[in-house]
Design a protein around this ligand. Structure first.
Ligand SMILES: NC(=O)c1ccc[n+]([C@@H]2O[C@H](COP(=O)([O-])OP(=O)(O)OC[C@H]3O[C@@H](n4cnc5c(N)ncnc54)[C@H](O)[C@@H]3O)[C@@H](O)[C@H]2O)c1
Length: 540
């Protein structure tokens, strides 16, 4: 069994980095202290108080033993585990050991409630902690295969660094590009790789015991990949019924959803059967909505074939259709049981649809933070030219980011709002121009340009950040659109957007990469910016 053990001093981030790494590598996360507390039916503090440290170290070694037969996992260990020679040896036998290096100052900064850590509570806490860290440092270093500096870094960035170095130093065979999503009531894997459609039958059979499958696609994707997918599903023993709609946003309607629902009902699918969505975001949203409503909900699998769908729409469970009044106004949360993203399908995308996906990646980068944003800046031209390895890297970063956000806030009660960056204006533009005139991502990129200018006046973004984002979008091939639109119509569309509250228009405003707020912006100010935006297009 090859586990990944996270060791290090208090506050090094073992239990916060662990879940991020778990999603990146598609392995479960366990906390060794939780195993011990469950086995002993006592808290760790109680065990220390009742039985003393030596006894606890013995329990740690015994808990490691229970992992010997477990599936490869990410294991957060207690800060003192390295004191025991037996535990050090067992960790090295059972997997790879990663040392999260920190300092006493960082530990104090990260642990706000020090009363829960007796060691850090006393007056001479800093000296005690420094002495203890001094004693243990050498043991951490000697035990670890990888030494990772965590000072001043975010858990998600540290996890990414660990994943990269595990691959680079051949400590895990190759990057396992399965990202795990966990929301209340649903757990699923997002699988990413080249040629996955070749294995689609077995990969779906792993998560579904359906007899019949309604394979929903659009005519373009159906012509390109429908037969392959159908053949693989039939070989795996499924009874497959392809249903195809016209390509594009025009199919994401109540009427088309009704027609497809009627077709599914005619096929007689029952609750144990499965919907499979093969296509871009339109097909994913439409088929997901059908899976959410047919028989009050049956399982569905996403096979995303656009860059946008692979990095964004296939993950997170938002499904729905557009109404005449606006985008995505009818829908349901419905998580897929698996997402299988074959990057080979991206080779047939048009330039516009490639750029559209890059826009959603740029959005994720701006919201995620400096590390992802700088990485995009470093590789913008290569991504525009579809460098295959960098594209996989960008997709996996975006999926991990989205998985992290939706795992924390499935229903958009707070954090998930960040994913709407660029969407208030973007959705209004799509509606006013007519759905389907601009690829969704192109409208979002224009929305990001609008939102960041607004953030200079309504928030605290700097002019430098405006330039920086403009340059990144330009270099990705997302040049600003040229046509003006009527400001009053755009404002009206924003006010009927589902993110508006009591008629007040809300925007995600960033002040620097990774720092954002979602707030209502005064209508007059929005109006001024809309007028300026439209005038700048007239000058083109
Ligand atoms: N549910 C969510 O969380 C979420 C998030 C972002 C966007 N969305 C939605 O996603 C939709 C946009 O998705 P999209 O841009 O993928 O649109 P899309 O599904 O319309 O695909 C764009 C075009 O690409 C074609 N296509 C798809 N895969 C192809 C391939 N491999 N090769 C060649 N052509 C291919 C399609 O036929 C279509 O013409 C919007 O409706 C948007 O609202 C949803």
């Amino acid at each position: 069994m090859s586990h990944i053990f996270l060791i290090g001093f208090m506050g090094a981030g073992k239990s916060t980095v662990g879940p991020h790494l778990s999603r990146l590598l598609g392995r479960p996360f366990v906390d060794l202290d939780d195993i011990i507390a469950a086995q002993q039916q006592r808290s760790i503090a109680q065990i220390f108080e009742d039985d003393g440290e030596d006894a606890f170290r013995g329990l740690e070694t015994a808990a490691l033993e229970t992992l010997a037969e477990a599936a490869p996992s990410i294991v957060a260990c207690g800060g003192g585990i390295v004191v025991s020679q037996a535990s050090r040896a067992r960790m090295r036998e059972l997997g790879t050991v990663v040392y999260l290096r920190t300092t006493v100052a960082e530990t104090f900064a990260r642990i706000s409630d020090r009363t829960s850590r007796p060691l850090l509570a006393g007056e001479d806490a800093a000296e005690t902690a420094a002495a203890l860290l001094g004693e243990r440092s050498e043991l951490y270093e000697r035990t670890a295969d990888l030494d990772i500096d965590t000072v001043g870094r975010k858990p998600a960035d540290i996890a990414r660094d660990i994943a990269d170095r595990l691959v680079a130093e051949c400590l895990i065979e190759s990057r396992n590009l399965t990202v795990h999503v966990s929301v209340p009531g649903a757990e699923y894997d997002v699988m990413l790789g080249r040629g996955l459609l070749e294995r689609v039958g077995e990969l779906i059979a792993e998560v579904s015991s359906a007899r019949r499958i309604a394979l929903i696609t659009d005519h373009t994707v159906g012509d390109l990949y429908g037969l392959t997918v159908e053949a693989k599903l039939v070989t795996a023993g499924f009874d497959v019924h392809p249903l195809s709609v016209a390509p594009g946003e025009g199919s994401k309607t109540w009427e088309v959803a009704g027609e497809v629902l009627e077709a599914v009902a005619e096929l007689g699918l029952d609750r144990t059967d499965l919907i499979v969505a093969l296509g871009g975001g339109v097909i994913g949203d439409l088929a997901g909505f059908i899976a959410a409503t047919y028989l009050r909900g049956i399982d569905f699998v996403q096979l995303p074939t656009t860059l946008l769908a692979q990095v964004d729409s296939s993950v997170g469970g938002k499904t729905g259709v557009d109404l005449r009044a606006g985008k995505n106004l009818a829908g349901a949360f419905k998580q897929p049981v698996r997402v299988i993203a074959d990057t080979m399908t991206l080779r047939t995308l048009t330039e516009d649809d490639w750029a559209s996906g890059l826009a959603e990646i740029a959005k994720s980068a701006a919201i995620d933070g400096e590390a992802f944003m700088s990485w995009m800046e470093e590789h913008a031209e290569a991504l525009r030219k579809r460098d295959a390895d960098l594209a996989i890297e960008a997709i996996s970063r975006s999926i991990a980011f989205k998985a992290q956000v939706v795992s924390a806030d499935e229903r958009e009660a707070g954090l998930r709002e960040c994913l709407n960056y660029g969407h208030t204006f973007g959705h209004a533009l799509e509606k006013v121009a007519g759905f389907g005139v601009y690829p969704h991502g192109i409208a979002v990129a224009e929305g990001m340009r609008f939102a960041i200018r607004l953030a200079v006046d309504a928030g605290s973004a700097s002019r430098d950040l405006v330039m920086r984002q403009d340059q990144l979008l330009d270099r990705l091939g997302l040049t600003a659109i040229r046509e003006p639109r009527n400001p009053a119509e755009l404002l009206g569309a924003m006010k009927s957007d589902k993110k508006a509250r009591a008629g007040a228009v809300r925007f995600v405003l960033i002040s620097e990469p990774g720092v954002w707020e979602c707030s209502a912006v005064e209508e007059d100010l929005v109006g001024d910016h809309l007028a300026a935006w439209s005038a700048s297009k007239r000058g083109n």
